[in-house]
Design a protein around this ligand. Structure first.
Ligand code: FES
Length: 168
């Protein structure tokens, strides 16, 4: 049995290669994930989360729908709660709007101010939106509220990831 000694130079080479590889993997992983994530999402058609909202019970008046789902981020799992304002339009189509104000991200409320009936109101800087999410000119928000894609399963509303408003 031969005993091969590792020279100081070899030891340094192995160590630096190992540490360098570890650091490179740490830097590359987030970049790869960032690049691949939209592809995976497009292939899967996006993720939809169940709500307790029965579609039959929706009316023409926007109502607040809160829903919670489990989110896994690598080894970390947490419960995420989101909100949507949901109603049926004049044609009976479901509209689900994000409550996140497009100015600085506060939460808007339907008829949140008695001086502005039939509008969404943002209390942070007096932002206003029409029922379909269109921002009212002259108020701080510069874009319409995002809309949730939705599915109906077993009579219940399922909501996806909010997207730019395509109904105004
Ligand atoms: S955050 Fe809504 S108006 Fe400013």
């Amino acid at each position: 049995m031969s005993k091969q000694r590792v020279s100081r130079r070899q030891f340094l080479n192995y160590t630096l290669t190992g540490v360098g590889g570890f650091m490179a993997a740490g830097m590359l992983m987030p970049m790869v994930r960032f690049a691949v994530d939209p592809v995976l999402e497009a292939g899967g058609g996006g993720e939809f989360h169940a709500t307790k909202q029965k579609v039959d019970e929706l009316t023409k008046v926007p109502q607040r729908v809160d829903f919670t789902y489990e989110q896994k981020d690598a080894w970390y799992t947490s419960d995420v709660t989101q909100t949507a304002w949901v109603y049926k339009d004049d044609k009976g189509e479901i509209v689900a709007l994000s409550p996140v104000c497009k100015h600085l991200g506060c939460t808007v409320n339907w008829e949140g101010d008695k001086n502005h009936p039939n509008q969404f109101f943002c209390p942070c800087h007096m932002g206003l939106y029409e029922k379909n999410g269109k921002n009212v000119p002259g108020t701080p928000p510069t874009k319409p509220l995002d809309v949730y894609p939705f599915k109906v399963k077993g009579g219940f509303l399922h909501l996806g990831k909010p997207k730019p408003n395509n109904i105004v």
